[in-house]
Design a protein around this ligand. Structure first.
Ligand SMILES: Cc1ncc(COP(=O)(O)O)c(C=O)c1O
Length: 369
C-alpha cells in the first residue's frame, strides 16, 4: 500500500452536481441544463479563421515554450491589457487562473488570507492545500473598520464575483485596493469575468499595475471562452516575485502549452482574432443581460445580494434551492460551497450560470412562473 500524503481538499460540489446531471440525463433521456458550471455557454468562440494561420509543424509549437511565456504573447498581453505601459518581464503566462492563484499563494509569506463573503469554493481548497489560514471579510466597509487586523494578510478580490456575479463601481474598487496597498496588504486581484464585459479600452489594469502589493491574476478561460486551453497570466511589478513564480511554474509544468500560447496571441493581436473575440463577447453578454433581466422581472433573482452592486454575470443567485431547480431539470450549486458562514435561508438559494442561450434558459425557468 502506498502511504499517501493527504491534500486536505475535497471534490468540488460543482463537479458533484455535474456528475448527478449526467447520470439523470442518461437515465431519463431528457435534457438537463448544466447551469452548475462556470463555462460561457451561449456560443463557442469561432476559431476557424484564426486556426487557418497557425503552422502546427513549426518549432514554435513543437518544442518547450519559454518559461515566462512566448515573447509575442507577452507583448500582445501588454498591448491588450496594459495599453503597452507594463514591462513584459513583470508578466508571467500561467496554466490558467487556477495556476496563477496557486503559484501566487505558494509565493507569498502571509499569516492569513481574507476571502470575500461569498467566494469561489476553490479559493479555500487551494488555501488548505498550501497550508494557509483564511477567514472571510463581510463587505468592503469591513476593511476601513478593521485596519488593525490587516497586517500580514493578503486579500482576494473578485469582481464581478463568483457566485453572485455582483459588480461594484470601479472607482470604489480602485480606492479600496489603493488603500490596502498603502497599508502593505497583498491584494490578489482575481477577476476573470471582468474582461468579458470590456475590451482593450478598459484602463483598470493600468491603474493597478504600479501598485507594488497588487498581484493581477487573469485568465483566458472566461473572457475568450478558452477554458479548455488552460492559459492565463499574472502581473506584479516586483521582479523577484515574478522570477520566483516562474521557477515554481517551471518545476510544476515545464512551461505552458505552446499551442494555447500561439492561439491566444492570434486572438489578441490579429484582425481575424480580434474580430472573433469581439463577436464572442458581444453575443455572450447580450444573452447574459437578457437572462438577468428575465430573472429580475420574474422575482427569481435573489435581489438582497445586489443592494450596493449590480448583477452583471456570468453567474447569479436565484431564490430557489438546488433541489427545486433539479426537479425542473436545471443544474445549480447550493450556496454552502461559496461561504464560510451559514446564514438563515441559505438552503433556499442557488448559484446558476446565466451565460446561456436566452430562449432555452427562459423555457426551463418558465415552470417557476
Ligand atoms: C473566481 C475564479 N477565479 C479563477 C478561476 C480560474 O479559472 P481558470 O483556471 O480556468 O483560468 C475561476 C474559474 O471558475 C473562477 O471562478
Amino acid at each position: 500500500m502506498i502511504p499517501v500524503k493527504l491534500s486536505n481538499t475535497t471534490q468540488s460540489s460543482i463537479v458533484a452536481m455535474g456528475t448527478r446531471l449526467t447520470k439523470a440525463m442518461k437515465e431519463t433521456g431528457q435534457e438537463y441544463l448544466m447551469l452548475n458550471r462556470g463555462v460561457n455557454s451561449v456560443v463557442t468562440i469561432e476559431l476557424s479563421e484564426v486556426i487557418k494561420s497557425i503552422d502546427f509543424n513549426s518549432t514554435d509549437i513543437q518544442v518547450y515554450p519559454a518559461t515566462n511565456g512566448k515573447m509575442e504573447l507577452l507583448k500582445a498581453i501588454n498591448q491588450e491589457y496594459f495599453a503597452n505601459q507594463a514591462t513584459v518581464n513583470n508578466i508571467l503566462v500561467t496554466g490558467g487562473g487556477i495556476s496563477g492563484l496557486d503559484i501566487s499563494l505558494q509565493n507569498i509569506q502571509v499569516k492569513k488570507v481574507l476571502l470575500p463573503p461569498l467566494f469561489w469554493g476553490t479559493y479555500s481548497q487551494l488555501l488548505s492545500l498550501r497550508g494557509l489560514s483564511f477567514e472571510s471579510y463581510s463587505n468592503y466597509e469591513w476593511f476601513a473598520e478593521n485596519t488593525n487586523k490587516l497586517s500580514g494578510t493578503a486579500v482576494i478580490i473578485c469582481d464581478p464575483g463568483n457566485p453572485a456575479g455582483e459588480k461594484y463601481p470601479d472607482a470604489q474598487l480602485l480606492e479600496l485596493i489603493q488603500n490596502l496597498n498603502k497599508n502593505g496588504v497583498i491584494v490578489l486581484f482575481d477577476s476573470p469575468y471582468r474582461r468579458l464585459f470590456h475590451n482593450h479600452s478598459d484602463t483598470l489594469f493600468q491603474e493597478l499595475m504600479n501598485l507594488e502589493h497588487v498581484i493581477i491574476i487573469e485568465s483566458f478561460s472566461k473572457s475568450l471562452g478558452l477554458s479548455g486551453q488552460r492559459i492565463g497570466f499574472i502581473h506584479n511589478i516586483q521582479q523577484s516575485f515574478i522570477n520566483e513564480a516562474a521557477l515554481r511554474l517551471m518545476y510544476a509544468t515545464n512551461g505552458v502549452n505552446s499551442f494555447a500560447q500561439v492561439l491566444v496571441t492570434r486572438l489578441l493581436a490579429t484582425p481575424e482574432g480580434i474580430r472573433a473575440v469581439s463577436d464572442f463577447k458581444k453575443v455572450t453578454t447580450e444573452h447574459i443581460e437578457a437572462n438577468i433581466a428575465f430573472l429580475h422581472e420574474n422575482q427569481l433573482l435573489a435581489s438582497r445580494f445586489y443592494q450596493d452592486s449590480k448583477p452583471l454575470g456570468i453567474f447569479a443567485i436565484v431564490d430557489r434551492s438546488p433541489e427545486e431547480l433539479f426537479q425542473q431539470r436545471i443544474g445549480s450549486v447550493g450556496l454552502d460551497y461559496f461561504t464560510m458562514t451559514s446564514f438563515e435561508g441559505m438552503e433556499n438559494l442557488s448559484r446558476i450560470l446565466v451565460s446561456f442561450p436566452h430562449e432555452k434558459f427562459v423555457s426551463f425557468f418558465r415552470s417557476f412562473l
